[in-house]
Design a protein around this ligand. Sequence first.
Ligand SMILES: [Fe+2]
Length: 283
Amino acid sequence: LTNLAAEPAARHWHPVARSVDLSPGARVRTVLLGDRVIAWRDPGGEPRASGPDGGMLRLRDAYGLVWANLVPGEAEPPEYPAYADARYQHALCGPYGVRTSAPRIIENFLDMGHFPFVHDGILGERPRTEVADYKVHAPRLGHGPAASECVFWQPGASMLKHAGARVFYAYDVPRPFCAVLAKQPDAEGGQGVAILLAVQPALPERSIAWMVFSTTNLEPDEKTLRARQEQVFMQDKPILENQLPGRLPLGTRDEVAVPCDRLSLAYRRYLDQQRIGFGVIQA
Ligand SMILES: [Fe+2]
């Protein structure tokens, strides 16, 4: 059992359900940080949930998800600027159950190096496997690291483009188990894409991944887009489930640092600085 009072991750907001699934009369049962959570919506439309010991939790609807906070800490769920941008439409993807820790899923999401190997023909293409150097920005005030000027070669970089192209990315880690990717629209005014990956830490090595896929062009339609995201995630899932140990090691002494791992190392350092204990092997 997790000692919630001592676990910094308990003070953060985590997704526990889709907002639409909390219809009046429905009860959603799930697990968050090792504890059972039961969520419902009261007659006034407000989400409610009981947690450990039957105590009531704080809940919020945001980005099509219901977020829960076990130990009163931060004020609101993490910011996701694309959701407030009127040019973007959104498709909620998941939930994807994965037999690994939440930080393993975030770290994999931050790693461009795996694109041509795991998502060959979709997010990358062999032999163009090189990860060019990029800028890493240090964590600040509880907010995790960010990366900018990330460039990667992608085949058919969007639904609108059928030829391969260099794609420009930026990553942000607003919370230990949340990450945001922004794909810059190119000079020809191509598709702008943002993705919020929010991982629900259920058990130390059992997680539920939720994704808000936002785009300036929901082509050809939401259903196709969701199926494509699911195809990509299902390529990651067996890789994630075979990474050992399942808990992310925060001691980096034994690891060989190469330039393309700098964001991963910054992420591990951030978890260490935040004293996160859930889903990690502490340094
Ligand atoms: Fe991937």
